[in-house]
Design a protein around this ligand. Structure first.
Ligand code: HPA
Length: 236
C-alpha cells in the first residue's frame, strides 16, 4: 500500500525508524513537546496525533495508538509495513496482578498472554506466544538497573476487556504468574513478529488489582518519567 494510509496522514520519510507509542494521543503531544526537539507533526487523522523530532541527536517519532488491540493493531501494522518503521515501543499503564509489583513500578513486558482472538488471523496450527524483542527488552532492563529504576521483567496479560464479566478470570491469570494487565501489547508483538520487526511494551503500574491501590495524577506523572527515560534511552 502507498502512503498516506487510511489511518495515518504522513508522507513516506516523515516517520522515524523508532516510534514511541502511548495509548493517548494527547500524551504523544506532551512527550513531543517535553522531550523532543525540532518537532514536526505528521498525523492528525482521527486526532491520533503523531510527531517526529530528535532526542539527544536521535531521530524519534511518537504517536498515539489508542485503546485496545484492534486500535494498536491498525496503527502498528501501518507503521511497520507501510512506513518502514523498525521499532515500536509502547509506553502505557497497567494494573498489577502480582503482590511484588507495586504502583509506580515499571514492568518490562517480556511476554504478552492474551484473551484476544487476534492470532486467529494467522491460522496457526497451535498457540502463538507473543514476545518482546530480546534486544529492546534487555536494553530496557539494563537502563533501568543503571538508573536505579525499579523494573520488573516478565509475562503480562493483554485483555480485550477492562470490565470483565467473569469475576474469577483475574485469579486464574494470577495463578500463572502474570505480573500486570493492560490491553494492547499482544497485538503489537504479533504484528512485529509477522512484519519481522521489533517491539517492546513498557508499563507503569497505575493501580493494583491485588490491593486496590491507585496512583494520584501527580504520582502518575512522576513514575511516567521513569518509563520515558528508559524508552528514550533505548530508542535508536
Ligand atoms: N485493566 C486493563 N488495563 C489497564 C488497567 C486494568 O486494570 N490499569 C491500567 N490499564
Amino acid at each position: 500500500m502507498s502512503t498516506p494510509t487510511p489511518h495515518i496522514g504522513a508522507k513516506a520519510g516523515e516517520i522515524a525508524k523508532t516510534v514511541l507509542m502511548p495509548g493517548d494521543p494527547l500524551r504523544a503531544k506532551f512527550i513531543a513537546e517535553t522531550f523532543l526537539e525540532d518537532v514536526v507533526q505528521f498525523n492528525s487523522v482521527r486526532n491520533m496525533f503523531g510527531y517526529t523530532g530528535t532526542y539527544r541527536g536521535k531521530r524519534i517519532s511518537v504517536m498515539g495508538g489508542g485503546m485496545g488491540m484492534p486500535s494498536i493493531g491498525i496503527y502498528s501494522y501501518e507503521l511497520f509495513n507501510f512506513y518502514g518503521v523498525d521499532n515500536i515501543i509502547r509506553i502505557g499503564t497497567a494494573g498489577s496482578m502480582n503482590e511484588n509489583v507495586k504502583v509506580r513500578d515499571v514492568v518490562i513486558a517480556l511476554g504478552a498472554s492474551t484473551n484476544s482472538n487476534y492470532a486467529a488471523q494467522y491460522c496457526l496450527p497451535g498457540t502463538f506466544a507473543p514476545i518482546a524483542s530480546f534486544d529492546l527488552a534487555s536494553a530496557a532492563a539494563a537502563v533501568a538497573k543503571e538508573k536505579n529504576i525499579n523494573a520488573v521483567v516478565g509475562n503480562i496479560l493483554s485483555s480485550d476487556t477492562f470490565y470483565c464479566a467473569d469475576q474469577t478470570a483475574t485469579e486464574k491469570w494470577i495463578s500463572m504468574g502474570i505480573l500486570a494487565v493492560e490491553m494492547e501489547a499482544a497485538a503489537l508483538y504479533m504484528n512485529a513478529a509477522q512484519a519481522k520487526k521489533s517491539a517492546l511494551c513498557l508499563l507503569t503500574i497505575s493501580d493494583s488489582l491485588i490491593t486496590g491501590e491507585s496512583l494520584s495524577a501527580e504520582e502518575r506523572q512522576l513514575s511516567f518519567t521513569d518509563m520515558m527515560e528508559i524508552a528514550l534511552e533505548i530508542a535508536e
